[in-house]
Design a protein around this ligand. Structure first.
Ligand code: NAP
Length: 302
């Protein structure tokens, strides 16, 4: 018989991930704080729970993918949270990007119930979640990971074991610090070029003919040039990840001077009310400082 799965958090990422588990024939019980987001899953055949605890009760595996550390804390330790419901031998797979230190604490709580905890943050964004092509970075017990692999294989194409508890998250925070910086500096360059009079299409041709070319900016550029900031990864969550990267860097005694400044740029954009847009909307903050709009200079050219 296929394992029973509790699934908590049906946002941009969780919604398609949970759907893929249901489509694969698993018995899935979902919980989302805002109930209306559970409806597509209910129509697809999932059971809907009234609390995180109800979703985790009797489940062999409980997946979590919610916004941040405070949200995971509420789901795990809050009223009718999963901790009281976990059965011995259950495996919790937390794909939220949160603090590695907090994640280790949750792993200890789970161990106290005879359950296992994997930190299993992802990359691949909404498209990767929809196609079941996410990349997982995993920390925790290898044996628990082996048990979870049949589920993780439905959701992702690559599963990279990073080591003990919290190391999947440490890797994820390093990746997002790199990614946030790449997009921010790409935007800085394009704003400077546009202000000087170089059209973005010309600039893009140059970047794509140079070693500065990257699949990330190839993917983001058309959205930036159209001014389409529909959130694939909300800017407020990228800012949260930069904050977490700074916390982890401090704990490790590692200076990250460039990422620290980039964090402030995303923070300023968030303070302007851009937090719910895609993180590529950081360009609009830079454009406002420079008094130029890259997409306006793109209009009507090549
Ligand atoms: P999202 O669309 O904003 O969804 C956030 C989810 O968290 C929603 O289900 C929300 O419930 C839930 N939530 C927030 N606070 C809660 C609380 N206190 N208690 C219970 N549930 C709570 O975010 P997302 O893009 O799916 O991202 C989820 C996680 O994946 C984040 O940690 C993010 O950093 C990470 N991630 C995202 C991407 C991406 O491209 N989007 C890629 C990799 C990793 P409501 O519906 O009630 O608000």
């Amino acid at each position: 018989m296929s394992p029973t799965i509790g699934f908590i958090g049906l946002g941009i990422m969780g919604q398609p991930m949970a759907l893929n588990l249901v489509k694969a024939g698993h018995r899935v019980t979902v919980f989302n704080r805002t109930r209306s987001r559970s409806e597509p899953l209910e129509r697809a055949g999932a059971r809907v729970a009234a609390s995180p605890g109800e979703a985790a009760r009797d489940a062999d595996f409980t997946m979590i993918i919610v916004s941040d550390t405070a949200a995971v804390e509420e789901v795990v330790l809050g009223s009718d949270g999963i901790l009281e419901a976990l059965k011995p031998g259950a495996v919790v797979i937390d794909s939220s990007t949160i603090s590695p230190a907090a994640s280790r604490k949750f792993a200890c709580h789970a161990a106290g119930k005879g359950a296992r905890w994997l930190d299993a943050p992802v990359t691949g964004s909404k498209h990767g979640a929809e196609k079941g092509e996410l990349t997982f970075m995993i920390g925790g017990d290898r044996e628990a990971l082996e048990r979870a692999m049949p589920i993780l294989k439905i959701l992702g194409k690559k599963h990279i074991y990073c080591g003990t508890h919290g190391l999947g998250l440490a890797a994820k925070l390093a990746q997002n610090a790199i990614q946030a910086t790449m997009v921010e500096v790409f935007c800085e360059g394009f704003v400077m070029a546009a202000k000087s009079g170089v059209p973005p299409q010309t600039m893009m041709e140059i970047i794509q003919s140079s070693l500065a070319r990257a699949s990330l900016t190839d993917f983001k550029a058309p959205f930036i040039f159209k001014g389409d900031f529909t959130p694939y990864f909300p800017l407020k969550l990228m800012h949260k990840d930069l904050e977490l990267a700074m916390e982890n860097a401090y704990a490790q005694g590692v200076p990250m001077p460039t990422a620290a400044v980039v964090k402030e740029v995303y923070g300023a954009a968030k303070a302007q009310g851009k937090g719910d847009l895609d993180y590529a909307a950081v360009i609009t903050f830079l454009e406002e400082l420079a008094g130029v709009q890259v997409r306006a200079t793109a209009a009507g050219t090549g």
